[in-house]
Design a protein around this ligand. Sequence first.
Ligand SMILES: Cc1cc2nc3c(=O)[nH]c(=O)nc-3n(C[C@H](O)[C@H](O)[C@H](O)COP(=O)(O)OP(=O)(O)OC[C@H]3O[C@@H](n4cnc5c(N)ncnc54)[C@H](O)[C@@H]3O)c2cc1C
Length: 358
Amino acid sequence: MTQKKVVIVGGGYVGFEVAKALDGFADVTLIEQREAFVQPPATIRALLQPELLDQIILPYDRLLMRGRVIRGRASRVTQSEITLEDGTIYTADYIVLATGSSYAAPFKPEGNSIKDFREASAEVSLQLASAKSVVIIGAGAVGTELAGEIAAAQPDKDITLVSSDNTLFPMYPAKLGAQLKRKLERAGVNIVLGQRAENLLRLDRPYAGSVKLTDGRVISADLVFPVIGSRPNTALAQTLSGVATAPSGRIQTDKWLRPSKHPNVFIAGDIADIGDGMTIVAISRQNPWLIKTLKQALKGQAIEDLKPYVPWKKAPILLPLGPKIGNSWLFATVGDWVTRQMKGKDLFISKYRKAFGR
Ligand SMILES: Cc1cc2nc3c(=O)[nH]c(=O)nc-3n(C[C@H](O)[C@H](O)[C@H](O)COP(=O)(O)OP(=O)(O)OC[C@H]3O[C@@H](n4cnc5c(N)ncnc54)[C@H](O)[C@@H]3O)c2cc1C
């Protein structure tokens, strides 16, 4: 019997794992613009330990046993076809769009070149090594971890972390932000709360310059890191008829992660506005649901008869400040040991190397 075709666009955290799980259950094609997967949580420490790049750039050649990974950029999608920029068309019974998000360099590759990503990371790593002062604009997970990693590896630097909020991680119980603040300050990081940068020269990469804050203060630094969040890559999903973009910039879905009237087209991860954050933690809940749902659909069950997806009420978060210390919220605030064991020590590098056959 011929297998049903599943085409997945985007080989990030959603795409690679869904493709791998369905390999064999269906005829799987994964379309990805880059020759390798890059693991963002470790791109922060790679600025301090450039040799890590070889561990976290993982080619797709050993991902699938039966299906295929096609290198190309998808530009159009319908209910049954994906068209690449070069005009190649792939037909599908089920489609998953997981085109993810972009981030300021050097934390995720820009476009499709891994060589450019390596060069951007190496360049910023050198700039950082010679910088005496660093200002980090944005105290989300990336900014906070970056401050912690720099303080741990290069403790002589003058590091300032700026947040527009009045506490760190205000969405979580106050203890989490308070403990992180205390540990960062003990490591020498100057934390500025309740202030916005008013004159960021660029949002796409670090630069040398000065930053004017809302209260008029000007901070000059050898390196200003703009780390103010991910931008969802929704252009492909928007070519589907009937999709709607939420105020967040992400694509709206029904309860089964479908963005349009087509019952066989799904989205997940950073592009999907389904009540989860733009995190791997969110994807660690979405992927098992998506894999199970697709397997049942492949057996002929109607999607509407299956359980809808339910997002995290409050997702856990792991925040290492370098390899040794940190805090996390795992339904309670936990400290250095748990954060180190679960993330800080290894940054999931061995887990993903194994998934990619390394
Ligand atoms: C520095 C950093 C650290 C992070 N650390 C953590 C962390 O510790 N924990 C956590 O939970 N989250 C973390 N995140 C967030 C996490 O990386 C994202 O939530 C995750 O990458 C989203 O996965 P995704 O599969 O939706 O998309 P992505 O990982 O963005 O992957 C999308 C893929 O689609 C490909 N693509 C895009 N458009 C096309 C197209 N048209 N055709 C073909 N291919 C295409 C891209 O090349 C990419 O490979 C971090 C993010 C950053 C930037």
